[in-house]
Design a binder for this molecule. Sequence first.
Ligand SMILES: [Zn+2]
Length: 277
Amino acid sequence: MPIDMDLINKELETLNNQGGSSNLKEVKFAPKPGKTKIRFVPNKFSDRMPFMRFKHHYNLQPTVTCLENQGEGCPVCQYTIQMFREAKRENDESKRALARELMGSERFYAPVLVRGEEKIRIFAFSKTVYEKILGFTQELGDITDPNSAPDFIVEKTPPGTNGLIYGKVDVVYDVKTLQNPLPLAPSQAEIDAILDTCPDIATLYNKPTSKEDAIKAMKTFITSDNTSDEQKEEDKVASMLEETAPAPKKEVATPPAPAASEETPNIEDEIEDLFNN
Ligand SMILES: [Zn+2]
């Protein structure tokens, strides 16, 4: 059978796209403290749904891309559910804590053009921001339209401001351009050139982890996380007697992500480590 030229072309395109945008640091939009003006743009790789979401198990080393992203059963998620069940049944706080640490969390992604730049970047954000962006889409229609959508303002509050431990990212639309939209660029040729730079979000943020590697990373985590039985006994005795404070638990290699962790730089670093190594 002759070679399928369509497949060859597709393969070449994939390779080219990888070569052009495989460096996450280059294509990631990391908002600087203060306000940054951006445009949401069409997703070259997913024209009907520009936004994407992927789940990762960030506490594992290396970070495990949840297999559920591929529609497969994820051993880490399955184990997490089992741990939560056992924790409930046995009223076991340590199991509950372990389950929380193993549990995956979702990040949400959109291609954006930072005003003043010529190449599209990927904006990764929390569920709260995602809900807001979806709300804007319901309210305003296609917010990625290169000719008639408003600009948006991303405001980054740095950690420590107003008592925010991790800082905060918020997105609002630019009122002026809502009334008088500016095109993405002055000419259609320039718009097309910009849209063509759209990185493939899935290639960058959904690098599959094999089942075997996921299990391996989970085992390593659990082993390093477990306080020895002897230590547990000591803790129990200490707390029963209430004479001494429980001996400090063994340091966990990777600290658990705090509940409101979507914007922590830690997670961002971990994602970067994963994809840049
Ligand atoms: Zn999972």
